[in-house]
Design a binder for this molecule. Structure first.
Ligand SMILES: CCCCCCCCCCCCC/C=C/[C@@H](O)[C@H](COP(=O)(O)O)NC(=O)CCCCCCCCCCCCCCC
Ligand SMILES: Nc1ncnc2c1ncn2[C@@H]1O[C@H](COP(=O)(O)OP(=O)(O)O)[C@@H](O)[C@H]1O
Ligand SMILES: [Ca+2]
Length: 502
């Protein structure tokens, strides 16, 4: 409801309920405790999304008084009927709660902040509190999903990654698509995923809603928002390792997540501790990155075009990348040529190799690792941080705390790509010769270095991929979230909400 008028957009109404005669007491979450028997009611309440500062949403409520109870009943039924016609609104959800992530408050967050809203909106939720890592991913291979309107993840990026992988693997299996085939055109799951932030970084939630707030995310789910999202597949020698939706980091960020995983008892601060430790260590990793730049030259990580609600860049990418029906006999369109318009190569000694499939905005870096990255453009921003003295690397890191250009350094290269591969260089103790062994997936350069340098791991949305050589490919708008992208805080967006989801 806009503040200077009394117009209420029906698509942002949560529910309509009869109200008890004496106005009733509201509990701390703003709900009236007593549901009145509808026949005798002369009042009804319209619960709606109230937009607060900083993209925070709260349930608002306005009460209407009718002289005649039948008119009141008529209003309730007609409004309820209209809400039921809003086809994007979920009726039945499967909720996975991670009791272990973040500050270990996933269950309380769901019970106290989300469940009352789902009840108010008459959403039936099947809740599963996970008992171990990978539990949600396993259940998604066997549970009955076709009566559901969506899946909700109560946790952080790692938990979301589990559900994302579980759902995509299940969908390919049912569609007969070989998920291990790098060139395969993946089938899009029809179920949307909602995220209730209850983790440590919650980058996916922050980058798609603009804030990490459980009630705000619950309201986006209730009104049936729909936001397509790119997903990157990570393979090694024709075997799928994992799907990634936000951040892939080798070197610094890989070492941070490997070190911090041993300190989960520290909660979210484990990342700052490990970050400081790995910053001081500043390990350098040699390797070669090959990448296929995105075809649309107009779009670049430097172009300052932010991906917001109704983003045109994503809308055009969606038009260009409409899913073609899967045809096993058809050879995929593989681009293997090197040179202009084809693959490019960069070989070097890196502090970090990062890929941001969306901005990766989060509390640590509100504008994101790559502020101009798009949620659904079919590309990922490949950020190569070459070896450099610590003070210069620190200067780059500090820029994440502000809105300034974090890429404006001679030791940083950034490319907007559709695919990339990384091959580490293993340093071994032998004579100096160069051998390229694609079969082993590594370039082995024999040298007189005293010690073989251990490789880093890939930080894949906070989960560890313990395989340095990877082939990454972006699948445009592979999944859909109950979100609408980063809302413009001032003028309304240029496209009606939900325009993306057919
Ligand atoms: C000196 C301050 C430097 C601030 C640097 C901020 C860099 C922020 C980069 C954030 C990357 C975000 C990408 C998101 C990844 C998440 O998917 C993933 C999993 O999320 P989940 O826990 O919810 O499951 N999260 C992460 O991998 C966390 C990465 C966080 C890295 C923190 C790095 C801190 C660096 C501190 C250096 C301090 C140097 C001080 C020297 C005097
Ligand atoms: N019940 C559980 N017990 C232990 N680990 C779990 C459980 N449920 C999920 N996990 C794992 O916890 C990890 C972190 O989950 P996440 O919600 O991302 O928390 P955080 O944001 O703190 O990393 C994920 O790898 C997930 O697989
Ligand atoms: Ca993208």
């Amino acid at each position: 409801m806009s503040s200077d008028s009394n117009v209420l957009d029906l698509s942002e109404v949560i529910a309509v309920t009869p109200v008890e005669k004496h106005g009733g007491q509201r509990n701390k979450d703003g709900f009236s405790d007593i549901e009145l028997t509808p026949i005798s009611c002369s009042r009804f309440a319209v619960h709606y999304v109230e937009k607060k500062r900083g993209r925070v949403w709260r349930p608002g409520r306005v009460t209407f008084k009718c002289q005649d109870p039948t008119v009141c009943r008529e209003w309730i039924d007609r409004l309820q009927e209209r809400l039921n016609q809003e086809y994007l609104r979920p009726r039945r959800l499967l909720v996975f709660v991670n009791p272990f992530g973040g500050k270990k408050r996933g269950v309380q967050i769901y019970q106290q902040k989300v469940a009352p809203l789902f009840d108010l909106a008459r959403i039936k939720a099947d809740v599963i509190v996970t008992e171990r890592a990978g539990h949600a991913q396993d259940l998604l291979q066997e549970l009955e999903l076709n009566k559901l309107d969506g899946i909700v993840c109560v946790g952080g990026d790692g938990m979301f990654s589990e559900i994302l992988n579980g759902l995509i693997v299940r969908t390919q299996q049912e569609a007969g698509v070989d998920k291990d085939w790098l060139a395969a055109e993946l089938v899009r799951p029809h179920l949307r995923i909602g995220i209730i932030p209850a983790g440590s970084t919650d980058a996916v939630s922050y980058a798609t809603v603009g804030v990490n707030d459980p009630v705000t995310s619950a309201l986006h789910i209730i009104i049936g928002d729909c936001q397509p999202l790119d997903v990157s597949s990570v393979h090694y020698r024709s075997q799928l390792l994992r799907y990634n939706v936000s951040f892939l980091g080798y070197g610094f960020y890989g070492d941070v997540v490997r070190d911090s995983d041993l300190r989960r008892w520290m909660g979210p601060t484990r990342y700052d501790y490990s970050g400081f430790k790995k910053f001081c260590r500043r390990k350098i990793y040699e390797g070669e990155v090959a990448f296929l730049p995105c075809a649309d030259q107009g779009s670049s990580p430097y172009d300052q075009i932010r991906c917001t609600e109704g983003c045109l860049v994503c809308k055009q990418a969606g038009e260009k990348n409409k899913p073609t029906p899967f045809n096993p006999s058809e050879e995929p369109r593989a681009v293997e040529t090197f040179g202009p318009g084809g693959w490019q190569r960069v070989r070097g000694r890196f502090i970090a190799i990062n890929a941001a499939t969306n901005s990766c905005a989060c509390k640590k870096t509100p504008k994101g690792v790559s502020p101009a990255a798009h949620l659904a453009d079919g590309c990922t921003d490949l950020i190569l941080i070459h070896a450099t003295p610590r003070y210069r690397f620190l200067g780059h890191l500090l820029k994440h705390l502000t809105d300034s250009d974090r890429f404006n350094h001679s030791f940083i290269e950034v490319y907007r790509v559709r695919e990339f591969k990384f091959r580490p260089v293993i340093i071994e103790e032998t004579e100096d010769e160069q051998v390229e062994d694609e079969e082993a997936g590594v370039l082995s350069r024999r040298n007189r270095r005293r010690n073989t340098r251990r490789n880093s791991v890939w930080n894949c949305d906070g989960e560890i991929i313990d395989q340095p050589a990877v082939d990454v490919k972006v699948h445009c708008q592979l999944i859909k979230l109950f979100a609408r992208g980063i809302e413009e805080t001032k003028q309304s967006s240029c496209w009606p909400v939900g325009c993306f989801c057919a």
